[in-house]
Design a protein around this ligand. Structure first.
Ligand code: BGC
Length: 346
């Protein structure tokens, strides 16, 4: 086994472990058992210089206190559920409100704040870690025992794959994602804000789900054409920033659940390129509007709009929006989600 393993601090006297996956290019992904969280990701620029391109912390306790969801696995339900309630099979479920009266990213103790069991694995061209978590019936108000698996795989083709699977013993709802904040120039680059201007992004979506001022979908789909949401062709992220983005894109798909192209980002100065494909119907584009001097790795201070998230997932508030693709999971079915991040330079 060539996967490095070590200690990343502790939570309630329980050790948090880290695993470092390294491929033949030298790309390195470091993941911890708290929240099955990606804590660092080192990739080369066009000259072969490596930088860590995700925001994060140096110690498990800082992740435990984090309210920004740096790099973690988000669940049982990513994004907002209006008024922290939904109806399933005629029964109303109240889940924990943690964003005003709304539910956000799994509630007070979401999947990001729990310890996962980890099993590293490797074969000729892939290295990975399988994380397992058992979420009890009633946790944060959700029905059904949920057996969850998240697998990170780093391939020699410079892909970081995140694969999710879940089964339940009662009808429930599931929406899982990863919440990494990226800056392809490096998480600790000086004047990080100005670097977002040098990130050209393309999103394969003709529309977004319109939301109200509390970021709850109105149920309407908005065409991106002639709006600042239009990333159908590569455009600078920072150039159009304004108040910043926090919006769900409806990905163009030939068929539901196919693995298809979602987004591509090129950072002009370093030449780093990240291409995202996913089986999910949506992607939340968020520009770190709520970062306000968060002290992160190596003492780096993360400020507003110095990084971006592209969270592949079902649309926000799906359980209350009958027109949106369903997030219901029933006994006997398996929730599956695959997202691939492919790295290259140009
Ligand atoms: C949401 C933001 C939220 C942030 C929390 C993002 O996924 O879109 O509205 O504030 O997560 O860090």
């Amino acid at each position: 086994m060539t996967i490095e393993k070590g200690n990343f601090g502790s939570i309630d006297n329980k050790p948090v472990e880290y695993f470092i996956l390294k491929n033949k290019t030298g790309i390195e992904a470091k993941i911890i058992t708290l929240g099955a969280t990606l804590v660092s990701l080192k990739t080369p620029d066009r000259r072969g210089n490596f930088a860590d391109i995700v925001l994060g912390f140096d110690d498990a306790k800082e992740y435990m206190n984090d309210t920004r969801y740096f790099g973690c696995t988000v669940g049982r339900f990513a994004n907002r559920i209006a008024n922290a309630k939904f109806t399933l099979d005629g029964k109303e479920y109240k889940i924990s409100p943690n964003n005003g009266q709304h539910h956000l990213h799994g509630g007070k103790v979401g999947f990001n704040k729990v310890l996962w069991k980890a099993e590293p694995f490797e074969n000729q061209s892939d290295k990975g870690v399988l994380f397992k978590y058992f979420s009890k019936d009633g946790e944060e108000g959700f029905p059904g025992n949920l057996d969850v698996r998240v697998t990170y795989t780093l391939t020699d083709d410079d892909e970081l794959k995140i694969e999710y699977a879940a089964v339940t013993d009662k009808n429930t709802i599931v929406n899982l994602t990863n919440h990494s904040y990226f800056n392809l120039a490096g998480h600790d680059i000086e004047n990080a804000y100005s670097y977002l201007v040098q990130h050209l992004m393309q999103i394969n979506a003709d529309s977004v789900t319109e939301s109200d001022n509390e970021l709850i979908p109105t149920g309407k789909f908005l065409k991106v054409e002639n709006t600042h949401y239009d990333f159908r062709k590569p455009v600078s992220i920072g150039w159009k920033m304004g108040k910043g983005y926090d919006i769900n894109y409806v990905l163009n798909k030939q068929s539901a659940s196919e693995l298809s192209f979602a987004a591509k980002i090129v950072e002009l100065k370093s030449g780093r390129v990240m291409e995202i494909s996913t089986t999910e119907p949506g992607i939340q584009f968020y520009t770190g509007n709520f970062l306000n001097g968060v002290k992160g790795k190596g003492g780096t201070v993360y400020n507003k709009q110095t990084a971006f998230c592209l969270e592949t997932q079902h649309y926000p508030d799906s359980p209350n929006q009958p027109e949106f693709p369903s997030t219901v999971l029933k006994p006997g079915e398996t929730y599956r989600h695959l997202t691939v991040h492919k790295f290259s330079v140009q």
